[in-house]
Design a protein around this ligand. Structure first.
Ligand SMILES: Cc1cc2nc3c(=O)[nH]c(=O)nc-3n(C[C@H](O)[C@H](O)[C@H](O)COP(=O)(O)O)c2cc1C
Length: 415
């Protein structure tokens, strides 16, 4: 009977354990978590979501305070179009986050960064260019392009000296999206080094509509593998979303996948950035406690725990401090929803906005509990402690369970 460890991911000249820990913004997939995956010979993702905030938390820098101070005069203004990121400071924060992580790397694995196109940051092209360039300057091994089609992203950095040496990957949820990306990247003679195929059971934003339940990861992966064979393309294909046991992973590897990307099982590890109290919410969740909704201002459906404090909260938009989802005109769907509710209830102190959420603020405060579909199975991966809480796992334990488990067994942690 095969185990994940019987397979290897070949990426250029490197041979890796075929497990990637997925990017989880904002700092849920911490540097510590990614470093464990790299130390054990796999690939760990950090995320570039809200990096100035993450840097302030990690290194006691003052990027957010500085921006907030600069735009304080605009806080009560409904129009947020003046709010812009200082590109030099954004580069500095990214280089710091990436550079320090790379310095700490041990072992034969790799560290990649997850870069979301939907973080439009008031100036989509400029901020994305800076984030990609700064990650390469900081020494990142690879960049996973996510949350968007990224049709113009590679061209933004084609002149960077590391453009052909850094590994570039794309996350897609359909063959159609992949074909669009491949056409663009072929024009630059820079095909992706790997393709992550994310299915409907993943955490975070979904690349499907609210009809997500009608899609099946296995079917999408098979279609993409068939296409690759037909075209004679040998780019590693990496499924993600709902791969909960080592045996789930082996089934994909035997069908031709090169590796798997996993995330949910790592949300209850010590190295994960969620506060311990929130990790217990993930452990406790039952299937009916999880929903896919449309409250993210990005317009993508997002899966989360129904108890997330972000659902229904009506806080004032915090764009002067954050503003990661402002489009090129300074708009965000939450600002519109908030202003509409404010006009209807001008004297209400505890405003509630149900249809959208201030994702920046709530992700920053770990109040938007986004999660994978199988979060309700996490309780079966640990032990109940005498006080009723669940024992946190280590990332090493979970990683090794993926590597060595057979017959869908899940190893419990030592008591
Ligand atoms: C808590 C959480 C946060 C996530 N955040 C992001 C994100 O910021 N960007 C992204 O591209 N994917 C994100 N994902 C998706 C994961 O990187 C991964 O592809 C997917 O969840 C894998 O499926 P699994 O969680 O069932 O193992 C997130 C997943 C979880 C569980």
């Amino acid at each position: 009977m095969k185990r994940v460890d019987d397979f290897r991911l070949r990426l250029g000249k490197k041979e890796l354990a075929p497990i990637m820990t997925g990017g989880m913004g904002v700092d849920i997939s911490t540097a510590e978590l990614s470093l464990v995956a790299a130390r054990l010979g796999g690939i760990g993702h950090i995320s570039d979501a809200m990096v100035p905030t993450v840097s302030d938390r990690r290194f006691k820098t003052g990027f957010v305070k500085e921006k907030q101070k600069k735009y304080k005069y605009n806080v009560a203004n409904r129009d947020k179009s003046v709010v812009q990121f200082d590109l030099a400071r954004l580069a500095e924060a990214t280089k710091l986050h990436v550079g320090r992580t790379m310095e700490a790397k041990q072992g034969d694995g790799l560290i990649f960064i997850n870069t979301m196109e939907k973080l439009t940051m008031g100036s989509p092209r400029d901020t994305l260019r800076v984030r990609l360039s700064a990650a390469m300057d900081g020494g990142i091994d690879g960049i996973t392009l996510s949350a968007g089609l990224h049709l113009g992203s590679l061209a933004l950095v084609e002149d960077h000296p590391r453009f052909r040496d850094v590994k570039f990957g794309i996350i897609v949820s359909s063959l159609r999206a992949l074909l669009l990306f491949l056409r663009k990247s072929a024009r630059l003679n820079r095909l992706p080094d790997y393709i992550i195929v994310e299915g409907p059971l993943a955490g975070g934003h979904l690349g499907f509509g609210m009809d997500w339940a009608q899609y099946d990861l296995k079917a999408i992966v098979d279609e993409i593998l068939r296409y690759m064979r037909q075209e004679g393309l040998s780019i590693p294909v990496i499924p993600a979303g709902g791969i909960f046991t080592g045996t789930d992973a082996v089934e994909f590897l035997e069908a031709g996948a090169a590796a798997v990307q996993v995330a949910t099982r790592f949300t209850v590890t010590k190295e994960c950035g969620l506060p311990d109290k929130v990790k217990q919410e993930y452990f406790k969740a039952n299937e009916e406690d999880i929903e896919v909704n449309l409250i993210s201002p990005t317009g993508y459906p997002m899966r989360m725990l129904k108890r997330s404090p972000s659902i229904g909260a009506g806080i004032r938009p915090n764009c002067e401090a954050y503003g990661y989802l402002l489009d090129g005109n300074g708009n965000c769907a939450y600002i519109e929803a908030y202003n509409r509710e404010l006009e209807k209830n001008p004297d209400e102190e505890n405003l509630s906005v149900r249809d959208k959420t201030c994702l920046c603020t709530h992700m920053r405060n770990f109040d938007c509990w986004t999660c994978g579909h199988y979060t309700y199975r996490l309780k079966d991966t640990s032990r109940r402690l005498p006080d009723g809480s669940y024992q946190l796992l280590t990332a090493e334990h979970v990683f090794k369970d993926y590597l060595y488990s057979t017959e869908h067994k899940i190893a419990l942690p030592a008591a």
